[in-house]
Design a protein around this ligand. Structure first.
Ligand SMILES: Cc1ncc(COP(=O)(O)O)c(C=O)c1O
Length: 487
């Protein structure tokens, strides 16, 4: 992290032009997303479109959606966004919902809603069924709202094993989750089969379409064959869908919709005795950013169905190209049954450590996320990636060849750390270790979390414990690698 040449809070204010010039410089070390080098986090088209979103945002950047009766403009954006989403998902006119700040907020809200609905029916020890591949936001919600997770395992094709679902449900089950698609492998969970079980047991079924919500409907309009996952499936009671992902809105915009108001009203919060006045809030945040609503509305108006269909078409061209390119490399395989727009891939060659391949790709300037259980690399593909796909596949081929020629690369760089983190059996230890490293980033003054660097041991008992954990982890990973190469 670069150090500040200025005082963090200057004694005297600075000229706006000077501040802006310096602020722009902060981006120098950021991933090169404008050149298609980043495979998650950002949905970028071009400067003209970014300017348009920025203008829309700026118009309402001071407006506050805290009280939906104050800014009529924001409620209107919200109404139109929700109506558009309900139509995209084949909802009846009863479908209703709220614009939120992002996928995580939408997922947290669903858990709060269904916990409170179940509470109103006397459930005091709430549980929910999540496929192993559910996004981490659901595990966060479990911790935040005290709803116990029952994990639905995957079958050998990395699909949620629906046969095991009935026995995970009981009187305390407040909701079942399915994803369209799930983040790690891009597979759409078997929502129709989930729905049959959910209806029989009278359990709400939420579909996490945070990734897929703004692309699957348009892939279907483009005649891609997809399983049903939206309100056409009778057991689906709610859907989360992010506009700031494949809807190409500015950051800070997602939606949660419900089949009808009987569900949504359990999301609302009212406190009638506050000296500040009777307080009512539809979502998690207090102040809600008007700019994000305006930009989300503007994005939907700008693209419309035709624009989103075009984006979906180019995205899927890129997806197909990547999938075929990876399948042609004998050392690699594509995980599960991805429908797009994202996928994961791993190594089937014991001499090719996939995390070392990731390191080689990083060195060539790509920014790629890592997967575990099984180990892999990840790609969230957008329309802009079509232009760089040939370069990506060429570099990937070279990276695989380099690692195959130098298997020891698996024990160096971030490959060693990722290998350790994903394989060491004492998961609580990994959690503690990551927490310690992550917390360092939030120490006063802030530091980077560098997975390539060897950290100097801390003094005292804790330092010794950490060093021991590191040594144990190294030993475990080396032993696994030796076993693998003996096979
Ligand atoms: C399936 C799924 N759900 C929820 C989320 C959380 O979204 P956000 O990062 O906007 O909070 C993500 C993010 O990638 C996701 O892939």
């Amino acid at each position: 992290m670069s150090t500040a040449p200025h005082s963090a809070l200057p004694a005297q204010g600075r000229a706006t032009a000077e501040v802006l010039a310096e602020l722009k410089g902060f981006g120098a070390d950021d991933p090169h997303y404008k050149e298609g080098r980043l495979w998650s986090l950002v949905y970028y088209l071009d400067e003209e479109y970014s300017q348009f979103l920025g203008d829309a945002y700026q118009e309402f950047s001071s407006a506050n959606g805290l009280n939906p009766t104050a800014f009529k403009s924001l409620k209107r954006f919200e109404n139109e966004i929700i109506a558009g989403v309900a139509e995209m998902f084949h909802g009846t006119p009863e479908v209703c919902g709220v614009v939120t700040s992002g996928g995580t907020e939408s997922c947290l809200l669903a858990v709060k809603t269904y916990r409170d609905l179940a509470r109103s029916r006397g459930v005091t020890q709430p549980e929910m069924v999540l496929p192993v591949t559910a996004h981490v936001a659901w595990f966060k919600a479990s911790e935040y709202f005290g709803v116990k997770v029952r994990l639905l395992p995957l079958d050998k094709n990395l699909r949620a094993d629906v046969k095991k679902l009935p026995r995970l449900c009981n009187r305390n089950t407040v909701m079942i989750l399915g994803s369209a698609p799930e983040y790690p492998h891009g597979t759409i969970d078997p929502i129709e089969e989930f729905s049959a079980i959910a209806l029989k047991r009278k359990i709400p079924l939420h579909v996490d379409a945070c990734v897929g919500g703004f692309i699957l409907p348009f892939m279907e309009m483009n005649r891609r064959k997809l399983p049903l996952w939206d309100y056409r499936v009778p057991g689906v009671t709610s859907i989360s869908a992010d506009i700031h992902k494949y809807g190409f809105a500015s950051k800070g915009a997602s939606t949660i919709t419900y089949r009808n108001l009987d569900y949504l009203k359990h999301q609302m919060f009212v406190y009638q005795d506050w000296p500040g006045g009777v307080f009512v809030s539809p979502a998690l945040l207090g102040t809600r950013p008007g700019g994000a609503y305006a930009a989300a509305w503007a994005a939907m108006q700008h693209f419309g169905k035709s624009g989103y269909r075009d984006l979906a078409k180019r995205t899927m061209q890129a997806f197909d190209k990547m999938r075929k390119g990876i399948e042609k490399m004998p050392a690699l395989y594509v995980m599960g049954e991805p429908t797009g727009p994202l996928l994961g891939y791993g190594s089937r060659d014991p001499d090719v450590n996939i995390f070392a391949v990731g390191d080689q790709m990083d060195a060539k300037g790509w920014k790629i996320n890592r997967l575990q259980n099984p180990d892999g690399l990840h790609a969230m593909i957008t329309a802009s990636h079509l232009e760089v796909m040939d370069d990506y596949l060429r570099d990937l081929k070279e990276a695989v060849a380099t690692v195959k020629a130098n298997p020891a690369l698996a024990q160096s760089g971030s490959a060693a750390t990722y290998g350790m983190m994903s394989h060491i059996p004492l998961r609580g230890m990994v959690k503690q270790k990551v927490l310690d490293m992550f917390a360092q980033m939030y120490r006063a003054g802030g530091q980077d979390m560098d997975l390539h660097a060897a950290h100097a041991p801390e003094p005292g008992l804790k330092g010794q414990m950490n060093a021991l954990v590191d040594r144990l982890a190294q030993w475990y990973v080396t032993r696994q690698q030796q076993r693998q190469s003996q096979r």
